[in-house]
Design a protein around this ligand. Structure first.
Ligand code: SAH
Length: 261
């Protein structure tokens, strides 16, 4: 008789606050034998959420890769083949810049049963935590989520600048200068409001506001660090109480802490 093969569940853990885990995510964690988790996934309460599980930190910090992606995939398959029900807990949604597709392929190629539980993505939830709706009737009817990990090409910048909706940039802190300069170069209005929300949903959340033309220097002065979500577009004004106050705040490029409202 062959031993039972376990399963792999790719779980979106939301932007960090355990309250934003889905019920399906909590259930998968509760019955997991092994959990491989990320730095951005909600991990502080993992011992409670996954009481039976061996917890393995495979977290990556920008520029550092403690465990290579291939090794994560190897571990998923190896634990499942050993009979364990494995949860791969990822920040946000597994398929939004999360390399979830690669992990899914690795399991499928190895013949390991795998399923995906979507998560609340930081692309929407982090702006919301700062009081910014990514769409708003009469203001923005589209939003584009873009990775700022690698510099944007001139063609991409041109398209983004011409779209007219909300731009949400993940992993964009180190390329913020080139992204804001590129959008301005492509004709985006210098007074379009922007916000950088760091550590969204945590007690240490901080929102920095500036108009596009001053985003770079304001973010530099504030010492903005990853993880952060950058939002560019008129919806940013919704984070501020009234239009008059919004204008004043943006004009002064004032720094705000907390919910941003
Ligand atoms: N799959 C994730 C995104 C992974 S890319 C998701 O759907 O949310 C990692 C980037 O997400 C970070 O560089 C940052 O831009 C953003 N991010 C994730 N959690 C965040 C948080 N709590 N606060 C601010 N930014 C966050």
């Amino acid at each position: 008789m062959t031993a039972r093969v376990g399963t792999v569940t790719l779980v979106g853990g939301g932007p960090g606050d355990p309250e934003l885990l889905t019920i399906a995510a909590a259930r998968a964690l509760a019955s997991a034998d092994v959990v491989l988790y990320d730095r951005l996934a909600p991990h502080e309460t993992l011992a409670e959420l996954a009481p039976r599980a061996e917890l393995i930190d495979v977290g990556k910090r920008p520029g550092h890769h403690p465990i290579a992606q291939e090794e994560i995939e190897r571990l998923l398959v190896a634990h499942a083949r050993g009979g364990a029900d494995v949860v791969r807990l990822k920040g946000g949604d597994p398929f939004v810049f999360g390399r979830g597709g690669e992990e899914l392929d690795a399991c499928r190629n190895a013949g390991v049963p795998v399923r995906v539980i979507p998560g609340v993505t930081s692309a929407i939830a982090v702006p919301a935590a700062a009081g910014i709706p990514v769409t708003h009737r009469g203001v923005s009817r589209l939003f584009t989520v873009v990775s700022g990990h690698a510099p944007l090409s001139p063609a991409e910048l041109e398209h983004l600048a011409g779209l007219g909706g909300t731009i949400v940039v993940l992993m964009g802190v180190s390329n913020l200068p080139s992204i804001s300069a590129g959008l301005l170069r492509c004709g985006m209005a210098p007074d379009v409001p922007a916000a950088v929300i760091e550590r969204g949903g945590s007690a240490a959340q901080r929102t920095t506001f500036a108009d596009l033309s001053r985003l770079r220097e304001t973010a530099e002065r504030a010492g903005v660090r990853s993880p952060a979500v950058i939002v560019i577009g008129e919806v940013v004004r919704r984070a501020l109480l009234g239009e008059a106050e919004a204008r004043a705040v943006l004009a002064d490029a004032v720094l705000r802490s907390g919910s941003g409202v």
